[in-house]
Design a protein around this ligand. Sequence first.
Ligand code: PHE
Length: 345
Amino acid sequence: MEALDAIEREVDGAFAPVRDEHELRATHARFLGKEGSLTLIMRRMPELAPAEKKTFGQAVNRVKTAVESASEAAEVRVKQAALARELDREPTDVTMPGRRPRVGRQHPLHRVLYDVTDIFVSMGFDVAEGPESDWETNNFERLGFPADHPALDMQDTFFLHNEGRPGPRALLRTHTSTVQIRELLSHPPPVMIVAPGTVFRCDDDATHSPMFAQIEGLVVDEGISLAHLRGTLATFAQRLFGKDVTTRMRGSYFPFTEPSVELDASCSLCGGRDPHCRLCKGSGWLEVAGAGMVDPVVLSNCGIDPEKYTGFAFGLGIDRLAMIRYQVPSIELLYSNDERFLRSL
Ligand code: PHE
């Protein structure tokens, strides 16, 4: 018990001069390490008579607690001193400007896609979607493309393996017109949808990319006429490009519309007044959409009575609209994801 009292008297004095972690650990070990004075004394417990063990055990615990709390107090002191030294060495400049986190934003193609979709939704269209890989029948046959039609060449695409099995072939859709079929097969008229999405073609030049985005429009009901198509697209063009924009329709051909038209909007850059305009190349017009009245064959292919219902459809190229809006000279710029370019738009 005397030896224990002696150890207890040593504790505070031993921890008082501790200045760093190393000294802290050494001092702690002096008492409670493998050869520490308290450890050695505890090992002698078995020598005691059972009656003495209790008093001795309590005394040992008291001294042990004293060591631990002195050690903890010293640790707090050591850490505070270290922090104070650190702050002394590198004073904080509270006037230094912060680092602004970089905030991302929508890709220009998505901005255009969402704006275009919003315009149609505000006119009462629903949004429909179809898969990017679809059956050949939805992409071609039901839309009135005969199997050997030359229009197929313009829409060559990537066919997905079906391991020599007979039956329908799957492909990466060449246009969002597949959604016309899916919609007509699953919903009876009236139908009024736009279908945005990614499409794929064997195309690659300054204004074409093998993967690009379209938005399809389809309206089928009783009494729908070409005038409805014209009015819808004219309103759309003014909302997107500005209220001074006018539109014109030219005759065209698509297997799934009759009659078929191309819709042009007056040049949003020069308004048709600059013969050297870099956007419209002096023509005064920008091609905006392929469109037409839904061919009766398409309606019958989908089980809809063409005597009762008529409709119009249109397809807009989102990439093209983005190139017009941001005056981007090459479509590649929209897909190469060079941040310097994207941030400039
Ligand atoms: N699907 C046609 C294309 O990709 C565009 C189009 C859609 C034309 C709807 C008419 C009606 O070229």
